[in-house]
Design a protein around this ligand. Sequence first.
Ligand SMILES: Cc1cc2nc3c(=O)[nH]c(=O)nc-3n(C[C@H](O)[C@H](O)[C@H](O)COP(=O)(O)O)c2cc1C
Length: 405
Amino acid sequence: MHTTFAGKRITVGVTGSIAAFKVAGWVSSLVKEEARVTVIMTDSACRFVTPLTFAALSGERVHADLFAKEDAEIIPHIHLARETDLVVIAPATAQTIARLAHGMADDLLACTVLATQAKVLVFPAMNTQMYQHPAVQENILKLKNLGYQVIEPESGRMACKEEGAGRLPEWEPAREAILQNLALQDLAGEKILITAGPTREPLDPARFLSNRSSGKMGYSLARTARRRGAEVTLISGPTTLPLPQGVTCVRVETASEMAEAVLSRCRQASIIVKAAAVSDFRPVVPFVNKVKKEQANLQLSLEQTADILHELGAIKEEAGFLLIGFAAESKEHVAEGERKLTKKNLDLIAINDIQSVHTGFEADTNQVSLLDNKGINHLPLVSKEQTADLIWDHVVKMLGARSSE
Ligand SMILES: Cc1cc2nc3c(=O)[nH]c(=O)nc-3n(C[C@H](O)[C@H](O)[C@H](O)COP(=O)(O)O)c2cc1C
């Protein structure tokens, strides 16, 4: 399966911190996601983890020696500096941070960083007192001023048994920071409102009507749009998913709360994506007290909730936003999608089949068809994150076509 990292050339600079072993896991994950990883180690790093480990995990020779005889003809630091899309220094010791802050060139990693035109991402990791030392903080500031991206370490219990800031982040937040630096910023300047997840319509104080939406598709859209430079507001029904970094989140529970949250913000948005599975019905009057089992012949009266997509479709030209909907269908997908596209006055609809195990509500993968007034585009079966990126690729093309009209 094609992944977001596929074909990206990432140079990982490992330095002499106790956290070096964690980066072995990062390299393994990057390779699994089809990145081409080259590891450069400092002398001290080789005392913590052997180059053999990184060579085996990356499938590439590990570079550690500025004066390596076997690479002399290619001038290793110049070659490495040119052949990379991104340099990730993790963990970055106080020593390496000082070296880079002062433009020193006394080892292979420092020379490569000086010679590269690629972005450089630095993950400091050290004892809390070291991290907070004014000399280290001053060097970090220098790195930022030099245009390096420095990722704040996490707080927590350290290897030295102290609590505080200085821990190397776990893979997921690190992955996000790396992806953000690799992504084209082709949604920069867009204000995107995304809805995600299910809604819950109370039946009584203990029960509700809901649906099987996990929110994964909407959260993937929010995360990837942020990565691509957009300002993102996510209006989310109840889910257990972690909030994407850098995204403003508004949590709602019922369809009417969702409607209020969307309609009060829609005029500030340039793009709205309705990926939430909003309940179509709600109990006319919820029971004040918990319904008892003995009330066996219980009849439930339902009423329709507001059709948010329809309301947005009615104002979108005047408000000036691009409107994208989702159709989760169990039969006649394309016909249903076409009907919804026209009826709700959408610019684009993503149609998916909720009957398949690969594309349903809780799946991690999806296969959608994108329908607009120019025709239909069947996307491959890929992860929800990649589906989100493919949807944004389509939206970027639509924006380009709009601006050249
Ligand atoms: C057990 C041990 C753990 C260390 N952990 C760290 C660390 O987490 N962060 C750090 O900045 N230095 C740490 N150091 C100190 C560095 O290894 C030392 O400053 C070294 O010169 C760094 O060189 P380099 O930046 O070229 O890899 C540690 C040293 C030892 C002995």
